[in-house]
Design a protein around this ligand. Structure first.
Ligand SMILES: Cc1cc2nc3c(=O)[nH]c(=O)nc-3n(C[C@H](O)[C@H](O)[C@H](O)COP(=O)(O)OP(=O)(O)OC[C@H]3O[C@@H](n4cnc5c(N)ncnc54)[C@H](O)[C@@H]3O)c2cc1C
Length: 313
């Protein structure tokens, strides 16, 4: 997209990430006439684009498709001058101002940086999981649910994402077994009620997956009851894993203050430990983890980046 032979392209604001936080930051920075560059990574729209329907983003009383919402965010940011490059940031140097960003296809300098790199799914780390990823192990029901028409699947997890995705999978699968390590769900009340009342959904409580089994593709799970210690094999055709997320912040390790999980520490002004570097969304928040909260943080980070640039020009 850009001329890579000349010296690094110099930007007033670079936004890293094209999820709800990044695209909201881009919208606000664009409307402040900062002509932001979004280095968007490989997941346009972010995690939100992986889910079928989002019912809790205000302004859409009938819900909105996850991918559609991402496209609308992007269109609105571009309308005001944001530019989006779907490149992956591979290195940053925040010690020297202007900051340096290296991507898989170029080099940039930025007077201000907004980090919105979000989070990625946590793996079970059990035998068979890696081997059968894409052959029955999935982290995205919207992407892969269709392959399980009339089949039996399991969903691992008990939070909002797990229950939402289990409900989505009932459109295709003949049975959905939710495997949860506790005896209560963390998911919101409405989702819990829908899942518990759904005729195709059953629950395996107090249970953990010990192994994903199969030959060329998944055929079952070895599941342990954590109370009794009993081990059983659950025959299934696919397993969808939704047990939480890790922040995508490895790039900034050693350069920015982070908590023990790698979540970037920000103050109420979305400022990180380095002036001019702001962080928003799930890269800086492991608590709320919603489209609306991530978008709100992105907007706030861009407002603060605008103030920073006004005071340092
Ligand atoms: C299955 C599922 C269902 C969900 N359902 C809902 C729901 O119904 N309602 C709701 O409010 N929330 C829902 N969420 C949560 C919501 O999607 C997230 O809270 C939100 O997307 C977080 O936004 P974010 O911008 O912080 O990060 P993300 O959405 O994680 O986006 C991160 C962005 O950073 C980019 N990136 C990562 N690393 C780099 C790099 N090195 N260089 C450049 N770019 C990079 C990625 O490409 C991506 O564009 C759901 C999540 C999942 C997984």
């Amino acid at each position: 997209m850009f001329d890579q032979k000349s010296s690094p392209q110099h930007e007033k604001v670079i936004v890293l990430g094209s999820g709800p936080a990044g695209l909201s930051a881009a919208l606000y920075a664009a409307r402040a006439e900062l002509n932001p560059l979004v280095i968007g990574g490989i997941e346009p729209g972010g995690q939100a684009s992986l889910t079928d329907t989002i019912e809790n983003y205000p302004g859409f009383p009938d819900g909105v498709g996850g991918a559609e919402l991402g496209e609308l965010f992007q269109k609105q940011a571009e309308k005001f001058g944001a530019r989006i490059a779907y490149e992956m940031a591979t290195n940053v140097d925040l010690k020297v101002h202007p900051f340096s960003v290296t991507t898989d296809s170029g080099q940039y300098k930025a007077d201000s940086l907004i980090i919105a790199t979000g989070a990625s799914p946590i793996h079970l780390n059990v035998p068979g999981e890696k081997e059968f990823t894409g052959k029955g192990v999935s982290y995205c029901a919207t992407c892969d649910g269709w392959f399980y028409k009339g089949k039996s699947v399991a969903v691992v997890g008990g939070g909002d994402s797990a229950i939402e995705e289990a409900l989505f999978l009932t459109r295709f699968a003949s049975s959905v077994t939710i495997i949860h390590r506790r005896d209560t769900l963390r998911a919101g009340a409405i989702l819990q009620k829908r899942a518990k009342e759904h005729p195709s959904i059953s629950f395996l409580w107090n249970s953990v997956v010990e192994e994903v089994q199969g030959d060329t593709k998944v055929s079952g799970l070895r599941v342990k009851n954590v109370i009794t210690g009993e081990i059983n094999t659950l025959p299934i055709d696919g397993v969808f894993i939704f047990i939480g997320h890790n922040p995508n912040t490895g790039l900034f390790s050693g350069q920015l203050d982070m908590d023990e999980k790698g979540v970037i520490r920000v103050n109420t002004m979305l400022e990180t430990s380095i002036p001019g570097v702001f962080a928003a969304g799930e890269a800086a928040d492991s608590h709320f983890r919603q489209v609306i909260t991530s978008a709100g943080m992105g907007a706030a980070a861009a407002i603060q980046a605008t103030h920073f640039l006004e005071n340092h020009s």
